[in-house]
Design a protein around this ligand. Sequence first.
Ligand SMILES: Cc1cc2nc3c(=O)[nH]c(=O)nc-3n(C[C@H](O)[C@H](O)[C@H](O)COP(=O)(O)O)c2cc1C
Length: 268
Amino acid sequence: MKKSVTVDRDKCVHCGMCIRDCIVNCLRFDDEKIPGYTPDGSEKCVACQHCFAVCPTGALSFGGKNPADSCDAGYGDSGELLRLIQSRRSVRFFREQDIPAETMDKLIAMLAFPPRGGNADSLHFSIVGTAEKMRALAQFTRETIQAMDKGSPVIEFCRDNYNKGIDFIYRGAPSLVAVSVNKARAVAGCENADPIIALSYLDLYAQSLGLGTLWSDCTLTVANALPGVKAKLKIPAGFELNYVMLLGLPAVKYKRTVQREPANVNII
Ligand SMILES: Cc1cc2nc3c(=O)[nH]c(=O)nc-3n(C[C@H](O)[C@H](O)[C@H](O)COP(=O)(O)O)c2cc1C
């Protein structure tokens, strides 16, 4: 995103909230108490848009964005959110049907919003978007495994499951999302958190849209073990595969939430 801060002088109330909320101190008042970048502000700016979001009057535009085009900030219903978290299940049976295009568009639009350390542009999402493309990927994977002499325990486990008529790798899902990370772009220490946070948001949002999801260690391990399979995900140069989630319309319906033992918590 283009980094720029412009302020509507008529709307600015000179409260300084934008300056105070800036994580990298890249804003300051000018002589007329109008906020703008410091001399090295645009260099330091991480484009988090806190200045834009916090401005009480919508006076500040970031990157040419019009504050009127934003939604009013809202935090939803905590009870409904908890019910979603409790109701979300790992889905292992899917309808052989593409995810509707408008649902896919919503998922893709959401992926711009999960937080990343330092607001870095660290992630890439490879989406296998149709049941037909998934069938082709599943067939290629199966043929690759069947042509191998002997693989790792996970590969042998998948081969055994093929023999039992089960595709443990893709589960018949009509879609998958593979998240990869560019470690040079990620803030040091955030390389593993950024992709998992993004998929966690996707997990909950997808389930709220009526989709089933499966975090799939098996798919990840197989993609890492078989370069031909990983190549099909078209991960751009400089990015490393981090995790894979299967998704699609579920062919199983859970009637009630599970009842977990309390989490291990230590209050200090
Ligand atoms: C990081 C991660 C990797 C997982 N990998 C697999 C997998 O490869 N295959 C599978 O069937 N389930 C996988 N699961 C699903 C877990 O088995 C599941 O989350 C757990 O049994 C609890 O069930 P629930 O998600 O429905 O609450 C994975 C879950 C997570 C969080």
